[in-house]
Design a protein around this ligand. Sequence first.
Ligand code: F6P
Length: 363
Amino acid sequence: MNEIHRLGVLTAGGDCPGLNAVIRAVAKTALGKHDLEVMGIEDGFLGLIQNRIRPLNNESVSNILTLGGTILGANNKIAPRRYPVQVDGSVEFRDVTERCLEHIRFNHLDALVVIGGDGTMSVTSDFVRLGINCIGVPKTIDNDLYGTDVTFGFATAVSIATEALDRVHTTAASHHRAMIVEVMGRNAGWIALHSGIASGSDVILIPEIPYDIGVICDFVKTRSRRGKRFSLLCVSEGARPVGGNQVIQHLDSLSPDPVRLGGIGQKIADDIEAATGIETRTITLGHVQRGGTPVAQDRVLATEFGNKAIELLQAGERGRLVVMKGRTVTHIPLVDAENKQRLVPTDHPLLRAARDVGTCFGD
Ligand code: F6P
């Protein structure tokens, strides 16, 4: 077992409420309890490629528990195996993994704590196979990382989405409208499912259950006929009609995962208005769900995860992903999470509970 003296920590992928709480837990546990040195790598893997690495001390991680974003910076466009360089006015992609390994050696990093989502864990799996000791910490508002029941950031996103739905509920009721809130989540419907249930949304649309617009329009019309002259719809950005496609807002050609979803809420609003004559408005929440201070639950989870990462390193574990199973923080092989997503199973008990209280899923 190689002893750990100095470790690097980085936050890769999109930002997420709770990142700073993990950085704090990692650094404070490592510095205070185990007398390790901690180096902060800036802007995710980009900082490792460019050797932008700085020491973290108690001072630098003090007072950041409640802060949104990440004090280290993040990047969701760069992967070491696909680093964009300008050649004769056009972009070419190079594999700069070896440069990362040089910088790990140059900075005497005995281990890396990598905080990220599914894309990040796929990149990190490469480093694990190359013999670098990495511990992964699962982050994402989407809650779609394989192997863990929950990621930090999710609870905050759900709470923001729920508040938005609650707020538009009153306008929907007062103006007898259908109101749609489009929430994030990529290909997973967790945010829509949880915030839809929490807000009592009449219709919840998730990517895992393709919708039939006829079913939704009939549902909205029937409500209206029965005296409920408004409807609240919570729509995941990844929702799609039966036999149809997701709505792509733009393609980010530099990113290893180029698709950026967005716009399905407006499409459904147009369809409902055309078919029913009921005025229908859409709000797209977007990055509001990822910003600001984490809720208490995410601060607690982030602290547990960060602490566990250091305890695993101290116990001599290598290449592990910290996960939550039931109510226990435990760990699995990091490479198990490579190229996988945790979607909502169509027999999930929450779907049944929502259907039993009359929620329409468009199917
Ligand atoms: O994975 C988190 C997430 O916010 C998704 O819900 C969303 O689809 C995506 O990132 C947006 O990415 P970007 O910040 O690059 O627009």
